[in-house]
Design a binder for this molecule. Structure first.
Ligand code: NOJ
Length: 523
């Protein structure tokens, strides 16, 4: 098993994790100061940093103005090198974000490209004149609401942007752009990074003829949670182009020319076969993120169907993964209805077959930060009230006072529940969520059945999701999670190794599970 298969990844949103210089925004030195916490106290195996690149921060780093540097607000390349060195000294891998679809409009590439129609970098972005009748080049839409085309004053042509107008889309059909973006990968690989999380991984290549998307015959509102106009189109020309697979073939070959490097793509696919296609034949992405749990709530039948659907589609030899929170989604302790629900989900996340990606702060049960309309920072929220993602991006809660920054006003306020929801207070308290995560992570690390074994599901039950994890040598661990607010029978025997109820640990497995109770059982 490779590290990215048996290990656990922890996502850090650099703005919000640890602020070493008191300016109210997190930074790389802050992250370095918390590496012991991550590797020893918590016990994860890799960190993924949301973008740390120079950026005007219109989309908090997902608008890159220089792919090969560090934003001064986070530090500099020397800090980055130190982070990699210190992380590796602790056996922690470092994964960085790769923003493949668009740059910032302040990237020198775009500034050149926009400067005149004959500029050698003109074709590094997607430019089109308006149509003869004065209308936009096609009917594509921005994921952040509105049209995907903006007219640039210098040349009078339109450029394409799948997100903000200040995030122009790169043209991956241009071989020079492709070369430059592959050089970016080499730059970070040579600095020792262990892998990449690829932003909007499916959308970098567009239809070569930029054809209009047809109207959707059946409107599926789940294609865009907040924009019915988006859902009314069939996104067959601005998304999922087969040429994207060709790019990932080359991408994988480059990663494979280094030792044990890893890639995970942000791929929102709800059809398991389409999802599985991004593995290629073991020659494209190491993993497309599996986001299905984010939409499943706590429905035991739905989650079981997700497991069987995914397991049925995943190619031979490919390795699964699970996500229950990230910087775009409401915090799990809020989304699922409460801490008990989130703790049950943590047991699933850390015991299902596949690599879990944890989101910073979920290990202490951080909740959504309530944000008043008018106080939002997220561009998505500013464009569509209610859609803001600030709630899940609030400062990491290290101690009863917050502990994220010495600034009186950090970039987003610290949640008011930090008095109890924090690392310092929970450490050593067996009833705490942090201790539950620590116990699960420690057990997972020591137990091949959990970190690399197969999975055998019990028959469907509408309350209790139960399965065995089985190592190649036959060693077994059983898991039963009560995803309901009532008491329900628990099918396995053995001794409880980890539980949401600390009193059960070391005891014979209970015959009945209390509401939201979960047990990991050794046989
Ligand atoms: C997906 C990222 O996760 C999100 O935060 C960002 O706004 C968009 N891509 C645009 O890059």
């Amino acid at each position: 098993m490779l590290w990215w298969q048996s290990g656990v990844v922890y996502q850090i949103y650099p703005r919000s994790f640890a602020d070493s210089n008191g300016d109210g925004v997190g930074d790389l030195q802050g992250i370095i100061s918390r590496l012991d916490y991550l590797s020893e106290t918590l016990g994860v195996d890799a960190i993924w940093l949301s973008p740390h690149y120079p950026s005007p921060q219109d989309d908090f780093g997902y608008d890159v103005a220089d792919y090969v540097d560090v934003d001064p607000m986070y530090g500099d390349l020397a800090d980055f090198d130190l982070l990699v060195k210190e992380a590796h000294a602790r056996n922690l891998r470092v994964i960085v974000d790769y923003v493949i679809c668009h740059s910032s409009d302040r990237h020198p590439w775009f500034i050149e490209s926009a400067s005149n129609r004959d500029n050698p970098k003109r074709d590094w972005y997607i430019w089109r004149p308006e149509k003869a009748d004065g209308s936009l080049p096609n009917n594509w839409l921005s994921i952040f609401v509105g049209k995907a085309w903006t007219k640039h004053p210098t040349t009078g042509e339109y450029y394409l942007h799948s997100f903000l107008a200040s995030q122009p889309d790169l043209n991956w059909r241009n071989p020079e752009l492709e070369r430059a973006m592959f050089d970016v990968l080499r730059f970070w690989l040579d600095r020792g990074v262990d892998g990449f999380r690829i932003d909007v991984a499916r959308r970098a290549v567009k239809d070569a003829y930029l054809r209009d998307n047809p109207e959707a015959l059946v409107i599926d509102p789940t294609t865009h949670k907040f924009d019915p106009i988006w859902s009314a189109q069939e996104h067959i020309h601005d998304d999922r182009q087969t040429d994207m697979h060709v790019i990932y073939g080359k991408f994988r070959a480059l990663l494979d020319s280094y030792q044990e490097r890893y890639s995970v793509g942000e791929i929102h696919e709800w059809d398991w076969d389409s999802w599985a296609s991004w593995y290629g034949e073991g020659d494209e992405l190491h993993m497309p993120f599996n986001f299905a749990l984010l939409a499943a709530g706590t429905d035991a039948i739905k989650i079981r169907n997700i497991i069987t659907g995914m397991e049925g589609a995943i190619p031979e030899g490919a390795w699964p993964n699970w996500v229950a929170g990230n910087h775009d989604e409401p915090r799990m302790a809020t989304r699922l209805g409460g801490l008990a629900e989130a703790r049950a989900m943590a047991v699933l996340l850390l015991t299902l077959r596949g690599t879990p990606t944890l989101y910073y702060g979920d290990e202490v049960g951080m909740t959504e930060l309530p944000i008043l309309i008018g106080e939002e920072r997220d561009p998505a929220g500013l464009r569509k009230p209610g859609w803001g993602r600030d709630g899940c991006r609030s400062p990491m809660q290290w101690d009863p006072a917050g502990g994220f920054s010495s600034a009186t006003t950090p970039w987003l306020p610290t949640n008011s529940n930090t008095a109890t929801v924090n690392v310092e207070s929970q450490l050593g308290d067996p009833a705490s969520t942090l201790e539950l995560y620590r116990a699960l992570l420690a057990l997972r690390r020591l137990t091949p059945a959990l970190n690399s074994g197969g999975i055998v599901l019990e028959p469907p039950d509408k309350a209790v999701l139960a399965y065995k994890r089985v190592a190649p040598d036959g060693d077994k661990v059983s898991v039963a999670v009560n995803l309901s607010s009532g008491e329900h029978p628990q099918p396995f025997t053995g001794t409880v190794l980890v539980s949401t109820s600390p009193a059960l640990i070391g005891e014979p497995a209970p015959k009945v599970l209390a509401p939201w109770e979960a047990v990991v059982i050794g046989n």
